[in-house]
Design a protein around this ligand. Structure first.
Ligand SMILES: [Zn+2]
Length: 219
């Protein structure tokens, strides 16, 4: 979803980890060593996002949720593009660039575009981006909630995920075990593709607006 909006991916060719060393900006140890450097890196990611816009695929999901309030988006993306498009029912498995949390008192700071993020909590502690970094565990409550929703769903649509980041890559297998109808939208095949009864090799912006007939996607 995000790559089609021009958001650079983290892994892969021309990904952010080609330009930056994650050990210096995206792990707990880096945050302990140099919190300001880590926070500046994340501020830069946010400012870059302001030049990116949700695409037709994001907008299609907003319309789908408006028609079917029980639609849930479960994403590994941390850029908040679904919410910017207007989706409200979004579970962010890896957190969000738009939240900071105080490691001392757990207070959450929701960030706004074009408003400089605070560096420190009111208690004085450095604020940590509320993101799953290298070496972090996924937030268990969030992952459990996502697993439960997938376990109970009737249709599972996977968009563009590489299927290599665990434990998120285990989520399609939950749907497969339950015998749920499964659709994959991805220009490229990957190791998990055989799980899907329906495989569509195209971009999300092309496919999602056509996937659910009878919904007016013109926003
Ligand atoms: Zn605090």
């Amino acid at each position: 979803m995000s790559a089609e909006s021009g958001v650079p991916t983290y892994r892969g060719n021309d990904g952010i980890w080609e330009e930056y060393d994650w050990e210096e900006v995206a792990c707990e140890e880096a945050f302990q060593n140099d919190p300001e450097k880590v926070l500046n890196f994340h501020e830069l990611r946010r400012s870059e996002l302001l030049n990116r816009q949700p695409h037709a695929g994001h907008r299609a999901l907003v319309q789908l949720e408006a028609r079917h309030p029980d639609v849930t988006i479960i994403t590994q993306n941390i850029d908040g593009l679904h919410q910017r498009a207007g989706s409200t029912n979004v579970i962010e498995l890896h957190g969000s660039l738009w939240r900071l949390q105080c490691p001392n008192d757990q207070k959450i700071y929701q960030l706004m575009p074009n408003v400089p993020a605070p560096l420190r909590c009111t208690c004085g502690h450095w604020l940590r981006p509320a993101i799953t970094w290298f070496g972090d565990n996924l937030d268990l409550a969030t992952f459990t909630k996502a697993s439960k929703i997938i376990s109970d769903c009737t249709l599972f649509v996977a968009v563009g995920t590489s299927g290599v980041i665990w434990p998120a890559a285990g989520l399609p297998q939950i749907a497969a075990r339950k015998g749920v109808q499964m659709v994959e939208i991805n220009p490229e095949e990957n190791d998990l593709s055989p799980l899907y009864g329906n495989q569509i090799r195209d971009l999300a912006a092309n496919v999602l607006p056509k996937l659910f007939p009878g919904i007016n996607y013109q926003l």
